[in-house]
Design a protein around this ligand. Structure first.
Ligand SMILES: [Zn+2]
Length: 348
């Protein structure tokens, strides 16, 4: 018989699984099951944090029986969990996939099905955030929506979107909350009025980037947010893109061979008929991984770019389902997510 006090660990895991628990009083109950490790049915010292003590200051000692706690805290949450379930979940990479359906120019429903298969192959715990176009943009305004995930993958097409709050909140998931992001294809062609369609210099004298924003959007932003940096989408993606060529094959050349994302990518791989996204501008901190060549034109098609506390990876191919069915494309997604999340590949 051993006794290991792991309540704090369970509480942390539960908060990771369910971010809405954060900041709330949390208690850990004993395990009812066959697991040989048993937690005390009381509140162990590590879980008594200031936030838990706050509502019942002076009334709590170290080991209080559960019923006393419930009386004192009222809303205490009992977390019944099992060690095997916690262990299994803890080691899986948690991925949030954000898309919209059905999609006007892209077949997002079959792409979602392929993503789920890819996630299963990689051994991920995939959560899908989908819905119709406008509803999805609204959801992106939800504070901390990506918190608790190891990585978030965006595959959407919001080119005409002018919702700055949604864009800024999405960027904050990576820059402030530290959740890395993989941006696929038309995700690059989103929020065009913040970097592509506007006027050079519109963002103001303190802005040293290359984004061209619509003046009315900049004014709206300044009114509501003062000096906070204007959410120029092309500055977030790192490689800004605003158009593409004909649907023809792209030959892909690895630019950075030592990178974990490109190690198993077949240099010289040729896609089926697809779109080569142009590069309007590339910000200084971008690490180009793969270049695409289509006839006379070439562009960076895979890259990474630091963003605040974390980073993004861009992958601008992936227009059609046949792109998604290609193994090298799927492997770029898998290796990209594993690189971004810092977790090892479990793919065989
Ligand atoms: Zn496309």
């Amino acid at each position: 018989m051993i006794h290991i006090d792991m309540d704090c660990f369970y509480a942390a895991i539960e908060e990771r699984e369910n971010p809405s628990l954060r900041g709330q009083p949390v208690a850990v109950d004993g395990i009812r099951g066959s697991d040989p490790i048993v937690c005390n049915i009381s509140l162990p010292k590590p879980v008594i944090t200031s936030r838990l003590l706050e509502p019942c200051k002076g009334q709590l000692t170290h080991y209080e029986p559960m019923n006393t706690l419930q009386t004192l805290i009222g809303g205490a949450l009992l977390l019944l969990t099992s060690i095997s379930a916690v262990a299994e979940k803890a080691e899986k990479t948690k991925v949030l996939y954000v898309t919209h359906e059905p999609g006007k120019y892209h077949k997002y429903t079959p792409q979602l099905a392929i993503f789920k298969e890819v996630g299963q192959k990689a051994g991920w715990d995939v959560t899908v955030m989908t819905g119709e176009h406008d509803a999805q943009i609204k959801k992106l305004r939800t504070k901390d929506f990506a918190v608790g995930y190891d990585a978030v993958v965006y595959n959407f097409c919001f080119a005409g979107c002018r919702d700055l709050e949604a864009a800024d909140n999405l960027m904050d998931q990576t820059r402030v909350n530290g959740v890395p992001a993989l941006l696929i294809h038309c995700s690059m062609h989103s929020w065009w009025d913040t970097f592509k369609r506007g006027k050079a210099g519109a963002i103001g004298p303190h802005y040293h980037g290359k984004a061209k924003a619509k003046e009315d959007l900049v004014a709206e932003w300044k009114k509501n947010h003062g000096d906070k940096a204007f959410p120029a989408w092309g500055d977030f993606t790192g490689v800004a893109s605003g158009s593409h060529g004909p649907k023809k094959p792209i030959v892909m050349h690895v630019l950075t061979k030592e990178h974990p994302v490109t190690q198993r990518f077949p240099d010289g791989f040729t896609t089926g008929n697809t779109e080569l996204y142009n590069n309007i501008y590339i910000i200084d901190t971008v690490v180009p991984l793969i270049k695409g060549v289509q006839g006379e034109k070439d562009a960076v098609v895979a890259w990474t770019c630091p963003q605040g506390k974390s980073q993004v990876m861009g992958l601008s191919t992936g227009h059609d389902v046949h792109d998604w069915n290609a193994a090298p494309f799927q492997n770029l997604i898998i290796d990209g997510v594993h690189y971004l999340s810092g977790k090892k590949s479990s793919a065989k």
